[in-house]
Design a protein around this ligand. Structure first.
Ligand SMILES: O=C(O)CCC(=O)C(=O)O
Ligand SMILES: [Fe+2]
Length: 268
């Protein structure tokens, strides 16, 4: 997979333009500024695509991939889906969410990939690879494609570099897992910096609930623990629409899902 991602970004620009993002669309290749509020320039080329459900894929993208990239990607998607479901099962167990609820919500859920190429920048302090954010997803499985580091996570207000282990994934907790676990897990705020000398390439795969599933504190968790819900519940399709209509800005979106004292709480 790593080799194929490198080959993708090494293709001549004319080739990559076959996958170019069209105005108003979000699937494809381009130097998208991810609605960044940051003053810094976003220094990266990205390719984003919905991979599941299959009918939401922009069919021209995967179909036009070079055969080896397409086949490798399909295999990668399948294997990572299995890994993600294993992780969701274990995560659910740890916080008292019934396994069946995790399966109902995430199995064959909405999935997407983002490949990012961060070119070297002689003045890395003046740019940002990817602006601080938490992922909307349940979990994100990240693969660092070459050995150049750049990912940082915010811990107690301080940015800490993440060292990827050779051939290991990094798994991010996303906002949806924070909501489903009723705040037991915290989604991780992260950003990517760029290197002065070397390019950096990453591949992120996002695992979300089914589009028709509810995004809210897991019902079995509330029943099993007797805890009150701390977050609102929204249908996934609406949750995504709201998420993408806002600017990427730390964890501010999640704040809006929190139930405040003066909110009316309807029994789920
Ligand atoms: O490049 C990375 O390591 C992080 C990518 C990322 O956070 C994202 O695509 O949401
Ligand atoms: Fe991210």
């Amino acid at each position: 997979m790593k080799e194929e991602v490198v080959k993708f970004f090494n293709m001549p620009v004319e080739e990559k333009m076959k996958y170019k993002l069209m105005p108003g669309e979000y699937q494809g290749y381009g130097q998208t500024i991810l609605h960044s509020q940051d003053q810094k320039v976003d220094w990266a080329d990205r390719f984003f695509m919905i991979t599941n459900p299959v009918h939401r894929r922009k069919s021209s993208l995967l179909q036009e991939f070079p055969t080896t990239l397409r086949e490798t990607m399909e295999k990668y998607l399948q294997e990572l889906q299995k890994l993600a479901m294993t992780l969701f099962g274990l995560i659910g167990q740890a916080v008292d969410i019934d396994n069946q609820e995790m399966i109902d919500v995430f199995d064959d859920g909405m999935q997407s990939v983002r490949m990012t190429y961060y070119p070297p920048c002689p003045q890395p302090d003046r740019v940002i690879g990817l602006t601080p954010h938490s992922d909307a997803a349940g979990i994100t499985i990240l693969l660092q494609v070459n050995d150049v580091e750049g990912l940082q996570v915010k811990k107690h207000g301080v940015w800490i570099p993440v060292n990827f282990l050779q051939d290991a994934f990094v798994v991010n907790v996303g906002d949806i897992l924070e909501i489903m676990s009723n705040g037991v897990y915290n989604s991780i705020e992260h950003r990517a910096t760029v290197n002065a000398m070397k390019e950096r390439i990453s591949l992120a795969m996002f695992f979300n609930p089914k589009l028709e599933a509810d995004v809210g504190p897991a019902k079995s968790l509330l029943t099993n623990t007797g805890d009150p819900p701390l977050y609102k519940t929204l249908v996934m399709e609406q949750y995504l629409k709201d998420f993408f209509s806002r600017k990427l800005n730390g964890k501010t979106f999640l704040e809006r899902m929190k139930i405040k004292n003066n909110d009316e709480v309807s029994e789920a």
